[in-house]
Design a binder for this molecule. Structure first.
Ligand SMILES: *[C@@H]1O[C@H](CO)[C@@H](O)[C@H](O)[C@H]1NC(C)=O
Ligand SMILES: *[C@@H]1O[C@H](CO)[C@@H](O)[C@H](O)[C@H]1NC(C)=O
Length: 358
């Protein structure tokens, strides 16, 4: 507490040295949560544990994931090589919009964080971003392709287990959305460099501000540096101890919708520190752009009302691009919320206008 006050007192100092840094709230880390559900995928009964973790936290880690450590290490090494390039070289990847290389700016609405990143679309085809086609990038490209393939497979396996755990007859109800050739998935490599200004202060800055992921499922791998924090149901924050052996998985907004709120989309954030850099690699599994999402009747009890109105994934995604990182976008699609009513009305007006024009 006292420490936090000290930091606020120092904010003016940050403003003179670095306005960008001052914009990132300086925080003290939250207490560590020791009991993150750890699910052994090769153990019978893991599907029930997965479901419970998705309901309680929207978050868990998996072991026995069958992704070879060499493959992970190879991409981590390539990512570090990339981030070690000069800014001009990194910008050859194109400025993140949304795909490409970004530094400190997240999205187009003024969100900032002590982070640099590379965001890439994942399709059923090998990656084809221009900078990756250069011969000098061939080992980076092959590491990315191999990793994307493996992590997508893991996401599919977990999604199938979730459906099984929910007792759904249609086991591939979730999986098929991410496995589809047209699925709108991406891979993000994040690098949180040490922030030397914080060293003497023993402080932390926002690396990536709090948010939920709009997609169905996110699969995260980070190296041994702490920094990830998750929000519990009561709104308190806890930090997650790093684990090199496991993958961390969280529920995204779309899966919360598909399960009519039974699974919880996880609010999370990352803090950066003064001493140690952190590298993370996140796969976001999203549905095809034209996919219509709504609570699946198979997941709902008899007579249960649908909490969300149906929407197309591309509309949700464009809503995510238009809002701030930390905004609660799902609220806009809640059946009963005022915002949703307003959006529905706007839609109707738009439709009526179209009719008039015709
Ligand atoms: C996972 O479960 C299998 C089967 O029970 C067991 O052999 C293996 O050691 C477990 N792995 C971990 C990491 O606990
Ligand atoms: C994590 O990555 C950073 C590189 O940016 C490195 O300094 C740190 O030692 C790495 N940790 C491990 C355990 O690999």
């Amino acid at each position: 507490m006292g420490q936090q006050q000290t930091f606020s007192g120092l904010l003016p100092l940050f403003s003179t040295v670095s306005p960008v840094l001052a914009a990132m709230v300086v925080l003290t880390p939250s207490p560590a949560m020791k009991q993150i559900p750890a699910i052994n995928l090769s153990e019978p009964g893991s599907e029930a544990l997965l479901v419970r973790a998705c309901e309680d936290l929207g978050f868990f880690k998996v072991t026995e994931h069958d992704i070879p450590m060499e493959l992970i290490a190879k991409l981590e090494e390539e990512a570090l090589k990339f981030f070690a390039l000069s800014p001009a070289e990194k910008e050859l990847a194109g400025r993140a919009n949304p795909f490409g290389y970004g530094s400190k700016n997240i999205g187009g609405h003024g969100d900032v964080g002590w982070v640099e990143y590379l965001l890439m679309p994942i399709t059923s085809e090998p990656l084809s971003m221009a900078f990756l086609m250069h011969p000098s990038a061939s080992s980076f490209r092959s590491a990315l392709d191999e990793y994307a393939l493996a992590v997508r497979k893991l996401a599919c396996r977990v999604l199938e287990l979730m459906a099984q755990g929910l007792g759904m007859e249609q086991r591939d109800a979730f999986r098929k959305l991410v496995a589809d050739e047209e699925s709108d998935s991406m891979l993000r490599l994040n690098h949180y460099p040490p922030c030397p200004m914080l060293r003497e202060l023993n402080g932390f800055v926002t690396g990536f501000g709090e948010h939920t992921d709009p997609q169905i499922i996110s699969v995260l791998r980070s190296n041994d540096t702490a920094g990830l924090e998750i929000s519990l149901r009561d709104g308190s924050w806890v930090s997650v101890l790093p684990d090199r052996e496991s993958f961390f998985i969280n529920v995204g907004d779309s899966l919360q919708v598909l399960t009519n709120g039974r699974f919880r989309s996880l609010r999370h954030r990352v803090l950066a520190n003064g001493w140690k850099s952190r590298v993370s690699m996140i796969y976001f599994g999203g549905p095809p752009l034209g996919e219509r999402l709504a609570p699946l009747p198979e997941v709902m009890a008899e007579g249960e009302q649908s909490k969300y109105r149906e929407f197309m994934w591309c509309d949700y995604k464009s809503c995510a691009f238009k809002t701030l990182l930390g905004d609660n976008r799902l609220d806009l699609f809640h059946q009963t919320s005022e915002a949703s009513e307003k959006m529905k009305k706007d839609d109707e007006v738009a439709v009526n206008e179209q009719i008039v024009e015709m």
